[in-house]
Ligand binder design. Structure first.
Ligand SMILES: CC(=O)SCCNC(=O)CCNC(=O)[C@H](O)C(C)(C)COP(=O)(O)OP(=O)(O)OC[C@H]1O[C@@H](n2cnc3c(N)ncnc32)[C@H](O)[C@@H]1OP(=O)(O)O
Length: 294
């Protein structure tokens, strides 16, 4: 018997483009995202900051991040959740906000990361533009793996003489939530490929030692607890890097294993693989979300 195929197209209220294929034997629905682009550079300063951390929905219907790839319904829901994630914390010297990087923030994050890499690798200053070029290619490429990974951005607003200062882009960190978001070339000692992993954390040099790195880490852990059911997170820390090592130890990360001394022969620094057990939190439903945007 001949098989007939019919196609129907629709746009749902969440701006998803649905194609339904019906044959005499099966009906299949494919959903593709056609996401509008919105781009506020910084968190809305009118957000309620009453709780220490929370996820907020900016618009409950549209993800504001584009991956340039076709996504399943589950991936679209996760992307929507990532779009609305916002962590905030009052510090002694100001306020820190953490959320997922938007397209228009790639360039400032590239500069921040390239400066941090050149500092830790002791790169000659003359190569900074090459480093920025490579970091930009990396960041743009990694974004296509969302929602299996996310690059977070930290913003900081200090208080000077009782007055609020300027909101500044202060730091960044990358998280992969599962093996689909895992980096192709993870350094040794290798963590389990399916486990959440934190890397590329950096805070602007002029803003260090105010608690921003700590809250980038707390925001990452909070997001991982909501995006992954494995209840653990891994990261690498070079043995010579005292500041991050102290931070991860203070945050209860434990050394799982350490690079063999032989990596020195490959002109690499020895690294610890560290792990922390995390509590599991289910993502809040839209009705749990409260926010104020005047
Ligand atoms: C998984 C990875 O990404 S590893 C790579 C980490 N990144 C880097 O090393 C890049 C260069 N360094 C940085 O950008 C910053 O120093 C970071 C991200 C490590 C820390 O950011 P900061 O905002 O300065 O850290 P923050 O002020 O929140 O300090 C948190 C804790 O870290 C530790 N710490 C931070 N800086 C230092 C330091 N200079 N010396 C010793 N301990 C330090 C302390 O335990 C501190 O807690 P405390 O203030 O109660 O003593």
């Amino acid at each position: 018997m001949a098989t007939t195929l019919s196609l129907s197209f629709s746009l749902d209220p969440q701006n998803r483009f649905n194609i339904t294929t019906t044959t005499t034997k099966t009906t299949r629905r494919f959903t593709f995202s056609s996401l509008p682009h919105r781009k506020p550079l910084i968190p809305n300063p009118h957000f309620k900051l009453s709780s220490s951390s929370h996820s907020q929905s900016q618009t409950l219907t549209e993800p504001i991040i584009q991956t340039g790839k076709f996504l399943t319904n589950d991936e679209l829901d996760k992307l929507q959740f990532l779009s609305s994630f916002l962590y905030s914390q009052q510090l002694e010297s100001g306020t820190v906000w953490v959320r997922v990087m938007r397209d228009n923030e790639v360039d400032p994050i590239v500069c921040l990361l390239a400066d941090s890499f050149s500092e830790s690798m002791m790169f000659p200053k003359g190569y900074i533009n090459v480093l920025r070029f490579l970091v930009k290619r990396y960041l743009v490429d990694r974004r296509t793996s969302m929602p299996h990974m996310a690059t977070l951005v930290g913003f900081y607003r200090g208080v000077v003489d009782g007055e609020d200062g300027e909101m500044q882009l202060a730091g960044t960190v990358e998280i992969s939530f599962d093996k689909n978001g895992a980096n192709a070339s993870i350094p040794s000692p290798t963590p389990p490929r399916d486990s959440p992993y934190i890397c590329n954390m950096a805070v602007d040099k002029s803003l260090r030692r105010r608690g921003i790195g700590w809250h980038l880490l707390k925001a990452s852990e909070e997001l991982i607890s909501q995006m992954s059911s494995l209840g653990e997170v891994y990261l690498h820390c070079r043995m010579i890097d005292e500041a991050p090592f102290n931070m991860y130890t203070k945050a209860d990360y434990k050394i799982v294993t350490t690079d063999s001394i032989l990596v020195l022969l490959m002109l690499q620094r020895r690294k610890h693989l560290m792990c922390k057990k995390l509590p599991l939190i289910s993502p809040p439903s839209e009705t749990d979300v409260s926010w104020s945007d005047e």
